[in-house]
Design a binder for this molecule. Structure first.
Ligand SMILES: [Fe+2]
Ligand SMILES: [Fe+2]
Length: 210
């Protein structure tokens, strides 16, 4: 039977349920920031929050099922196109979909919405096509993390990449990654901010002090 949740209650429960899974790859912050992007996109683009928000909160729980040694092979833009990274990436989607289904069922969440959420999680990273507006928003919110102040510098440390070449990669990928005009525009604005941060840095400095 479906349980009727108030929205703040549901958000809190979803984050609580996801927490143990997100801890594995250090994805708590990524998830919180992706959720903020998702809310901003929902405001501009429309879409069903009952699908988008649970999907974005649960989208990366599947990393918990992947061998930690293999996880580093699948990190971010560096991993694009590598067969091993693709395989690991696929595991995190499939396992994530099944963990998300269990969580949503345990909360008595609406079955029809659950099916839509699980479908989005199951292909959130490996395909560029999107069957619905909600899927586009989740995919865009996930990628916007890399462009955000926190995400940009976190990924540079995590992936041990040069900040300027990372900035260039994100600039090149913007056109191919984003599925909504709003996310494309927001990513452009974020890139300008990251560009200004890079200009202020002394050569060789790894991170902003702020
Ligand atoms: Fe993911
Ligand atoms: Fe993600």
């Amino acid at each position: 039977m479906n349980t009727v949740w108030t929205w703040p209650e549901l958000e809190t429960r979803l984050f609580e349920e996801a927490d143990i899974y997100l801890e594995v790859r250090g994805d708590r912050l990524h998830t919180r920031i992706a959720r903020q992007w998702a809310l901003a996109l929902l405001e501009q683009e429309g879409g069903d929050r009952r699908v988008v928000e649970p999907a974005v909160i649960l989208h990366d729980v599947g990393w918990s099922a992947v061998d930690p040694v293999k996880i580093s092979a699948a990190f971010g833009v560096r991993a694009d196109g590598k067969a091993e990274a693709r395989e690991v990436n696929r595991i995190h989607e499939i396992e994530g979909a099944s963990i998300a289904r269990r969580i949503l069922e345990s909360l008595g969440y609406d079955e029809r919405l659950t099916r839509r959420i699980v479908r989005i999680i199951e292909r959130h990273d490996s395909t560029m096509e999107a069957g619905s507006l909600e899927e586009r928003l989740v995919k865009d919110a996930d990628k916007l993390w890399r462009y955000s102040g926190t995400g940009f510098w976190t990924e540079i440390e995590r992936q041990e990449v040069d900040p300027r070449s990372y900035h260039r990669r994100l600039t090149l990928r913007r056109r191919e990654w984003f599925l909504t005009r709003t996310a494309f525009r927001m990513a452009g604005e974020e890139l300008q901010c990251r560009g200004r941060e890079l200009e202020k840095r002394a050569p060789g400095q790894h991170r902003d002090s702020g």
